[in-house]
Design a protein around this ligand. Structure first.
Ligand code: ARG
Length: 292
């Protein structure tokens, strides 16, 4: 079912947690065009050595936390391929078989990234589902579509990179409950820039990026919502944090208030430097995709 307005959400159907994570090497990462407001003023300004060091530190963190880490080589001419949350939405079907929905990127600059990810997953035996299925509309994978850990419920953002209509087709194919939230502020152009689902009960969010009915729906879906202050959300991508195991939260360094709130809620916060990637409008969450 698709849910858009507050009302009672159906009882959650359990789904196992993913333990694998895929990252794309930053060899060809750069700001070469402007497709979100954060990229403005940063053309050509990425320091490749700093970016490589920041990326390696993130990869090593995932390994240290016991995730099964995979890497895909970044390709020349695809400077945003490092943001590998966007090209696919991994899923488990109702029989427990893993697959991916292949994205249809909103920008022609990024469209050629997707086949590299389709090949990665197809080679490993994953079912690859195209999002088009005869109809139009863009979809940017786990940038906009986030699983609520442990249950068969997907949160779908739309308005900038993903078209609302695409979720009808995804719902039919995946047989999941989908809660839809409209995005209204161009600084928060992907759902993962203003919502990070930490565990089955808890999410970190910036309410100012949503409409009132979206905030209401989130209140219904999560027993606990932790709010990031506007400055940390907008400038430091506080809500692009990632909690891979329900306990540790990886987040851009310097999100002082958000960090204190996460610690007060019982999480262990791991601060990382992702400032080279912030120039392109991405941080921790954008730089990986988790899969089964
Ligand atoms: N420069 C990239 C873009 O605009 C950044 C993508 C960040 N990814 C994310 N999941 N928010 O597409």
């Amino acid at each position: 079912m698709i849910h858009e307005l507050p009302g009672s959400l159906p009882a959650a159907v359990p789904m196992p947690l993913p333990r694998r994570v895929l990252l794309t090497t930053p060899d060809h990462f750069q700001v070469q065009y402007v497709i979100n407001p954060h990229m403005e003023g940063h053309l050509g300004s990425v320091d490749p050595d700093r970016a490589a060091a920041q990326w390696s530190a993130l990869r090593d963190r995932y390994s240290a936390l016991g995730m099964d880490v995979h890497t895909l080589a970044g390709q020349p001419g695809l400077p945003d391929m490092v943001f590998c949350a966007n090209q696919t939405l991994p899923f488990l079907d109702t029989d427990g078989r893993p697959g991916i929905v292949a994205s249809r990127m909103a920008s022609s600059h990024r469209a050629p990234e997707v086949p590299h990810f389709e090949a990665f997953f197809a080679d490993r035996g994953y079912v690859v589902v195209p999002v088009e299925a005869g109809a139009g509309g863009s979809f940017e994978g786990m940038g906009d579509a986030l699983w609520q850990p442990g249950i068969r419920r997907l949160w779908g953002g739309y308005g900038f990179r993903t078209d609302r209509a695409v979720y009808d087709r995804i719902q039919e194919r995946l047989d999941a409950d989908i809660c839809l939230v409209a995005l209204d502020d161009p600084d928060f152009y992907h759902l993962d820039t203003c919502l990070s689902i930490l565990d089955g009960d808890t999410a970190l969010y910036f309410p100012g990026a949503f409409r009132p009915e979206g905030v209401e729906l989130l209140r219904q879906g999560f027993a606990r919502l932790i709010e990031a202050p506007e400055d940390e959300a907008r400038r430091l991508f506080a809500c692009n944090a990632h909690c891979p195991d329900g306990r540790h939260v990886l987040i851009q360094r310097g999100c002082r208030i958000t960090t204190a709130r996460l610690q007060a809620a019982g999480y262990t916060v791991i601060e990382l430097d992702t400032d080279e990637f912030l120039k392109s409008g991405g941080s921790v969450f954008c730089m990986k995709v988790v899969f089964w």
